[in-house]
Design a protein around this ligand. Structure first.
Ligand SMILES: C[S@@+](CC[C@H](N)C(=O)[O-])C[C@H]1O[C@@H](n2cnc3c(N)ncnc32)[C@H](O)[C@@H]1O
Length: 272
């Protein structure tokens, strides 16, 4: 299962070189990049950098904070948070190729001293108890069946009073998901929780839920805009750089999945 998830995300090859090539084609100078220039490819979730900034705001971060990003992907959210709050962020991700690329991309934007990435499984975190001031996880639990273990681990590594922001894709009331989608080409690696199940899972792990925000309508608008951009011939830096040729089909399916409410996007702000 672990291998199936990792190989879904990386078709092989050097991800950082592939991303550098698509940035060059889009007219970007690799030696003069800022975090915002990478956002269309390294903020690998619906609503992109804006969603990360919303989440970070709700964590109430200060410069001395050490934040854990669970399922950090290419490291976009970690870099956005580290840059905005001048804090330290550690990312863990199942996919080694993403961790390697995340380190390279961090060097491009001069953030290697504030962010670190290591390979690991969200259901068995390689950290001690109460190591982090805050944690976040963005669009990761869709690939994880054992969500109870994932959230118990998040709670274990947080300090008392620490906040945990969860932004994920949930099963909606409108029917089965249409595949392929960005997190799975077929159902065997897709594990969506319903909104009711999520609240029970987070409470069961010992979190107090401070706020819930359903962003499904805004997510639909975001994916419609992306699908329209991709329909034009202009070179664009998108998730297609690493998800491959079926990404346009995934994007079209996401528009339908969101419009039909087969999926929902929901944020939970929690506290230990
Ligand atoms: C859609 S991407 C989101 C990446 C990142 N959070 C972001 O928003 O840019 C999902 C990520 O979850 C990671 N992932 C899936 N299952 C995982 C697990 N059990 N433990 C850690 N990471 C996992 C994948 O490797 C992938 O990088």
């Amino acid at each position: 299962m672990v291998d199936k998830v990792a190989s879904h995300y990386t078709g092989g090859g050097d991800l950082a070189s592939t991303i550098a090539e698509s940035l060059r084609r889009a007219g970007k100078d690799i030696d003069k990049l800022g975090t915002a220039d990478l956002a269309t490819v390294d903020e690998f979730h619906i609503r992109g950098r804006k969603a990360t900034l919303e989440l970070a705001h709700s964590l109430g971060l200060v410069a001395s904070a050490h934040v854990l990003d669970i399922g950090s992907g290419l490291g976009g959210p970690a870099r956005t948070v580290a840059e905005t709050y001048s804090c330290r962020v550690t990312g863990i991700d199942l996919t080694q190729a993403f961790c390697d690329a995340a380190a390279t991309l961090s060097g491009w934007v001069g953030l290697r001293d504030r962010v670190a990435f290591r390979q690991g499984d969200a259901t068995s975190l390689p950290f001690g108890e109460a190591e982090f001031d805050a944690a976040m996880t963005i669009h990761v639990a869709m690939n994880i069946a054992a969500k109870d273990r994932m959230y118990a681990e998040a709670r274990r590594v947080l300090k008392p009073g620490g906040r945990f922001a969860v932004y994920d894709v949930l099963q909606g009331e409108g029917g089965e998901v249409l595949f392929p989608v960005p997190w799975a080409r077929e159902p065997s690696i897709s594990h969506l929780a319903t909104p009711d199940a999520m609240e029970a899972l987070l409470a069961g792990a010992g979190f107090r839920i401070l706020a819930v925000n359903d962003s499904t309508e805004e997510s639909l608008e975001w994916f419609e805009a992306m699908a329209a951009r991709m329909a034009q011939a202009v070179p664009a830096v998108t998730f297609q750089s690493f998800l491959g040729e079926d990404f346009p089909t995934m994007a079209r399916n996401q528009v339908s999945n969101l419009r039909d409410r087969r999926i929902r996007t929901v944020t939970y702000i929690c506290q230990v």
